[in-house]
Design a protein around this ligand. Structure first.
Ligand code: ATP
Ligand code: MG
Ligand code: MG
Length: 560
């Protein structure tokens, strides 16, 4: 990374350091709202915040932005912590915006005392009408000129629970004619008689995002507060509150959020997919959540690599999911053992008629040709093996290099075989191939002089371990399901759900996988199934039944 030029955020940080700003400190924060599971977009923000602090010897806080009691939950808090740790980051402090409720309340009273905030009895509709439009100025609320004493009294009574939800709000007194809509007397506090996952029933008024976020940054002495582009228009307000309260001036810097093709990224939409059963849960391997990617077989390093490659931009863009797949494929190519799995509801049984009945031979098959020191494992071979139905054709086209009547093929790491006879059932379906093997053709000591073009994978029938394999496809059929129109009308993203995003298939795997476990130390629960792709053990696996997820195909089959 020392080779690449600085991104615009690093440039700001370096300028600040050069100017001695913040006493040379770099302190960032990752501020998730605990109202859902983290997704790959959050991973970008995490890598950015923690990465920047690492780079400049700084610190990063994990701050839960928990100011909205009705959508938040401790289940989400726990999953967020687990996901950040799994990605490989450790925070300086675990903090909660709700810990600042007393301080934020005091800030609000300070602004009232300065004549910069007032209690408004207008309804939500009236306030919306007062706001005006981006091209027309707004109008003052009839409650705007209440005295400081009256405002203080009413605000204290709001806090004491004297009024029902929606009866009153506290607004900043700024400028109803400002071209920036966020300056038109924004709401600071609203009444919500709701139980909060941490403060319980202590509060019945809650601060709005704009009145909580910047002040929380300031309380924590955050130097660089990174957020996504939609907050550009909030920045003047962020600075106004800090300025009027005369507190530590954290600086907000905006970057483009990550959007990925063929998926949705908003928590609200992801929650819908979960609640309506379009996926099995937040950690469904088709989800763009961190927990979904983890279950799919992604590694923390591959996600960090992806975030590194996309970098930071100041313009919204849509990143090809193929890049994310490239990152995991690169890593798994280097790290996984090549093993054999016949993935087929009805695998084809091959009987080697000239091979001694009841004999088992141990073949040595290399684990990973990419390893510096190649290791081998034992794979049993016998008179009967399974192959995939797709590796045989009764009437092959020219240049078909797999098995066909009279044809020869090499069984990977074992022998060359020749197809002598095709056995069919009464319905004409092929149920078995009777073949002969060439005894002198054993891999590693082949003296047969026979050259075959095709090599196929296989699994010895008596040694085979039955498993379930889950093959995943994109969750949506269009590149940008959040922003699709049909004949000029916007269409609900769920109409683009791919009905075939999950295919469950039976497989027979070699016995070395019999005790594979998710995250197993030896293999990390991840394998390359030769010719089939990269797979990992799913936590649904039980002693008697292995379940594998396909993480990614071997080659990019989606290339345009
Ligand atoms: P969503 O719209 O999915 O609910 P959010 O921004 O409301 O996302 P938060 O929990 O508030 O979710 O996000 C925590 C941090 O992660 C914020 O700083 C936010 O800007 C950042 N973030 C969220 N989504 C993305 C994304 N797609 N790309 C980059 N950063 C993101
Ligand atoms: Mg948010
Ligand atoms: Mg949100």
């Amino acid at each position: 990374s020392s080779e690449r030029s600085l991104n615009f955020i690093e440039q700001i940080v370096e300028d600040d350091l050069a100017n001695g700003k913040n006493g040379g400190r770099v302190h960032t924060r990752f501020p998730p709202e605990p109202n859902g599971y983290l997704h790959i977009g959050h991973a970008k923000s995490i890598c950015l915040n923690f990465g920047l602090a690492d780079e400049y010897g700084g610190k990063t806080n994990l701050r839960f932005d928990d100011t909205n009691p009705t959508t938040e939950d401790t289940e989400y808090v726990e999953s967020i912590k687990a996901d950040v740790r799994w990605l490989g980051f450790d925070w300086e402090q675990e903090l909660y915006a709700s810990d600042y409720f007393d301080q934020l309340y005091a800030f609000a009273e300070t602004l009232i005392q300065k004549g910069l905030a007032y209690v408004d009895d207008s309804t939500a509709e009236e306030i919306a009408a007062q706001k005006g439009t981006p091209t027309e100025p707004g109008t003052n609320s009839p409650y705007r000129d209440r005295s400081i004493d009256e405002n203080l009294d009413l605000f204290r009574r709001m806090k004491a629970g004297e009024f029902p939800d929606g009866a009153k709000v506290l607004r900043a007194k700024i400028d109803m004619t400002s071209p920036n809509m966020h300056f038109r007397d924004p709401i600071m506090y609203r009444i919500k008689h709701a139980h909060h996952h941490r403060t319980g029933d202590t509060w019945c008024i809650y601060p709005m995002y704009d009145f909580a976020h910047g002040q929380s940054d300031s309380i924590e002495n955050i130097t660089h507060s990174l957020c996504t582009l939609e907050f550009v228009v909030h920045r003047p307000l962020y600075e106004w509150f800090i300025d009027k309260l005369d507190i530590f001036p954290s600086r907000q810097i905006e970057f483009a959020r990550l959007n990925l093709t063929y998926t949705v990224m908003s928590k609200r939409k992801l929650l819908q997919l979960v609640n309506e059963g379009h996926v099995k849960g937040w950690d469904d391997p088709r989800m763009p959540t961190i927990s979904g990617l983890r279950r799919r077989g992604y590694t923390p390093a591959s996600i960090r690599d992806f975030c590194d490659r996309i970098g930071v931009a100041r313009r919204e863009n849509l990143i090809d999911v193929g890049l994310l797949e490239f990152c995991i494929r690169e890593e798994l190519n280097k790290t996984t053992d090549r093993v054999m799995a016949v993935i087929d509801e009805k695998p084809l049984k091959v009987v080697l008629t000239n091979y001694p009945e009841g004999q088992t031979e141990i073949m040595k098959i290399e684990n990973n040709p990419e390893d510096e020191y190649v290791t081998e494992r034992d794979v049993p071979f016998s008179r009967e093996v399974y192959i995939e139905r797709d590796d045989f054709m009764e009437n092959p086209p020219k240049k078909y290099f797999r098995l066909f009547p009279g044809g020869m093929v090499r069984l990977k790491g074992a022998y060359i075989i020749k197809c002598e006879e095709v056995v069919k059932d009464d319905a004409g379906e092929i149920i078995e191939l009777r073949c002969t093997y060439i005894p002198e053709s054993r891999s590693g000591s082949d003296t047969s002089g026979i050259n075959v073009k095709g090599t196929i994978h296989w699994v010895s029938v008596p040694h085979a371990v039955e498993a379930e394999v889950r093959l995943y496809d994109r969750l949506f059929t269009v590149e940008d399901p959040s922003n699709e129109e049909v004949e000029g009308r916007p269409v609900d993203f769920k109409e683009f759900i791919n009905p075939n995003s999950l295919q469950v298939v039976r497989a027979f795997v070699e016995p070395s996988l019999a005790h594979a476990q998710p995250g197993n130390a030896l293999h990390g629960g991840r394998f390359q199934f030769m010719r089939k792709g990269y797979f990992c053990v799913d936590p649904d696996s039980t002693e008697g039944k292995l379940v594998f997820n396909r993480t990614v195909t071997l080659k990019d089959t989606w290339a345009k």
